[in-house]
Design a binder for this molecule. Structure first.
Ligand code: BG6
Length: 490
C-alpha cells in the first residue's frame, strides 16, 4: 500500500498575520481619518473596552500608536524576511484611503503608504495577502449612517475596493473581503465588524456567553447589516476578477469549533445547528452564492426579516470566492443543559471541555480541533483553504540576558502544525498558514499589549509605555526552521 503523504505541498504559503488597526498606529497622520478602532479604549480580560463617541482627554487608546508599524514597516518586514515568510497577511486601513468613508476622492498619501509597504515586501519576495476590511471602518460612516445597517455602505465599500484593486493590481494577488465576517452573527460583531453604535453604555464586552451585553444583542439589525456585507463582498469579488482575472479573493471566517458536550442526540443536533448558523452561514453564501435553507428557517423562526434588493440573489451568485480562509484559536462545547461551566474563546465562548487545557485568557487549546475543522470545511466546499489566524495569546517575560523563551508558544504552534499535516494527509487542500500577530500587537478583544502572539517581541506595555524595540523570541528561530524545512522540522 502506498505510504501516506504527510508533507506540506511545494510552494506552501508560510507566513504571519496582522491588521492595520492593531499595528500601524499613526492614527491621525498621512491624511488618515478616525476609524471605529480609534475610539476604542483599552481593557482587560475582566474590564471591557469602551466605545467613546468623542475622544476623551487623558484616556489611553491603544490603536493611536499601536506598535508604530506605520513608521517601522521596513524594520519589521526585514525581520519577517529573516524568518523566511512567503506571505504576509495585512490589512489596508479603509480610513487611510477614504478618511470619511464617503469622500469623493481617495487620499493619495494613504495609497502611497501601501505602495511603499508592497515595494518592501516585493524586495524579499513576500506575497501580500490583504484584508480589505479588518475591524476598522471610517468612524464617519458610523456617525452618519450607523455603519453597515445602512445599505449605502455597500457602494462606499465597493468604491474603496475599486480604488485599491486598480492601484495594487500588479502587486497584490490574494485578497480577503471582510475579516471574520461571521462575527456579525454574534453581538460582539455589532461594532467591531458592523461599525454600528450599540445602544446602552458602549461597553464592548468580552466575548463570553455569560456576559454578553444585552444592548448589543439585536439580531434583526445585525443580520441586515450582514446581508449588506455579503452583497458588498460578492460585488468586490466580481469587480476584482474584472480588474485582474488572476486575483484570488477569499472569504474569512472565524471558525469557532463547537463540540456536543454529550452524546445526547439533543446536544449533537444543537452542535450541528450552531455550527451551521455561526460557522457556515456566511461561507455558504460566499462560496455557493445562495443563502442556505437552514438560514431561511432560522430567520423565519426568529422574526428576522432581511430586506433584499431586487438583484441581490443574482449579485450573490456572481460573486463566489476563490478560496476559504479562516481563523482558528480554540474550541468549546455546547449542550441543551445550561448548568455547565463556561469558558471564553475567540468571539464566542461555550462550555468547558474537560479534556482540554486553556490559555491564560481562558481560551481552550485544541490542536485536534483544527484538523477536525479543516476536514469539516473541506468536505463541504472542496476549494483551497488557508488558515490565516492561529496562535497563543500569552504573557512573555524578557530574561536578564534579553532573551524571551516562549516554549509554550512553540508547543502550541507545533501541535497545530502537526494537525494541519494530518489534515493534508486526509486530503484537505490547504495552501497557506499565517499565524496571528506574528509581531506582538494590540489585542482586539481586550486592547492589551501584553496578550502577545508574536515571534517578535515589542517593548510596550498595557498602558502604552515602552521603547517599541523589537526583539526576536525563541519562537522566531524555531519558526524560521519550520519554514526552511517546509514543515519537516517541528
Ligand atoms: C481575531 C481577529 O478575532 O482574533 C484579530 O481577527 C484578533 O483581530 C485575534 O486580534 C486574536 O484575538 P485577541 O482578542 O486575542 O486579539
Amino acid at each position: 500500500m502506498e505510504s501516506l503523504n504527510k508533507k506540506f505541498p511545494e510552494g506552501f504559503l508560510w507566513g504571519g498575520a496582522t491588521a492595520a488597526n492593531q499595528c500601524e498606529g499613526a492614527y491621525n497622520e498621512g491624511g488618515k481619518g478616525l476609524s471605529t478602532a480609534d475610539i476604542l479604549t483599552s481593557g482587560s480580560r475582566t474590564v471591557p473596552r469602551r466605545i467613546t463617541p468623542v475622544l476623551e482627554e487623558g484616556t489611553y487608546y491603544p490603536s493611536h500608536e499601536a506598535i508604530d508599524f506605520y513608521h517601522r514597516y521596513k524594520e519589521d518586514i526585514k525581520l519577517f524576511a529573516e524568518m523566511g515568510f512567503k506571505v504576509f497577511r495585512m490589512s489596508i486601513a479603509w480610513s487611510r484611503i477614504f478618511p470619511n468613508g464617503d469622500d469623493l476622492e481617495p487620499n493619495e498619501e494613504g495609497l502611497n503608504f501601501y505602495d511603499n509597504v508592497f515595494t518592501e515586501l516585493k524586495k524579499y519576495n513576500i506575497e501580500p495577502l490583504v484584508t480589505i476590511s479588518h475591524y476598522e471602518t471610517p468612524y464617519n460612516l458610523t456617525k452618519e449612517y450607523n455603519g453597515w445597517a445602512d445599505r449605502r455602505l455597500i457602494d462606499f465599500y465597493v468604491k474603496y475596493c475599486n480604488v485599491i484593486f486598480k492601484r495594487f493590481k500588479d502587486v497584490v494577488k490574494y485578497w480577503l473581503t471582510f475579516n471574520e465576517i461571521n462575527c456579525l452573527i454574534t453581538p460582539f460583531g455589532t461594532f467591531m465588524g458592523g461599525a454600528m453604535m450599540p445602544e446602552g453604555n458602549g461597553e464592548l464586552m468580552n466575548p463570553s456567553p455569560n456576559n454578553m451585553n444585552a444592548s448589543l444583542n439585536n439580531e434583526q439589525i445585525r443580520f441586515q447589516a450582514l446581508h449588506h456585507q455579503l452583497i458588498a463582498s460578492a460585488k468586490a469579488v466580481k469587480l476584482g476578477h474584472e480588474i485582474n482575472k488572476d486575483f484570488k479573493i477569499g472569504c474569512m471566517i472565524a471558525y469557532m469549533c463547537l463540540y456536543p458536550l454529550t452524546c445526547n442526540p439533543e446536544d449533537v443536533l444543537l452542535a450541528q445547528q450552531k455550527d451551521n448558523l455561526i460557522n457556515f452561514l456566511c461561507s455558504d453564501v460566499q462560496v455557493r452564492g445562495v443563502y442556505p435553507n437552514y438560514a431561511k428557517r432560522y430567520f423565519k423562526e426568529n422574526n428576522i426579516n432581511i430586506v433584499m434588493g431586487k438583484n441581490d440573489e443574482k449579485i450573490l451568485k456572481e460573486g463566489c470566492v476563490d478560496f476559504y480562509a479562516f481563523s482558528y484559536y480554540s474550541s468549546s462545547c455546547i449542550s441543551v443543559n445550561k448548568e455547565n461551566n463556561n469558558t471564553d474563546g475567540n468571539i464566542l465562548g461555550g462550555i468547558k471541555n474537560p479534556y482540554l487545557k486553556e490559555s491564560e485568557w481562558g481560551w481552550q487549546i485544541d490542536p485536534k480541533g483544527l484538523r477536525w475543522a479543516l476536514n469539516n470545511i473541506y468536505n463541504r466546499y472542496q476549494i483551497p483553504i488557508m488558515v490565516v489566524e492561529n496562535g497563543l495569546g500569552a504573557v512573555d517575560t524578557v530574561e536578564e540576558d534579553g532573551s524571551i523563551n516562549d516554549d509554550y508558544r512553540i508547543e502550541y504552534l507545533r501541535e497545530h502544525i502537526k494537525e494541519m499535516k494530518e489534515a493534508i494527509a486526509d486530503g484537505v487542500d490547504l495552501i497557506g498558514y499565517t499565524p496571528w500577530g506574528c509581531i506582538d500587537l494590540v489585542s482586539a478583544s481586550t486592547g492589551e499589549m501584553e496578550k502577545r502572539y508574536g515571534f517578535i517581541y515589542v517593548d510596550k506595555d498595557n498602558e502604552g509605555k515602552g521603547t517599541l524595540k523589537r526583539i526576536p523570541k525563541k519562537s522566531f528561530y524555531w519558526y524560521k526552521k519550520v519554514i526552511e524545512t517546509n514543515g519537516e522540522s517541528l
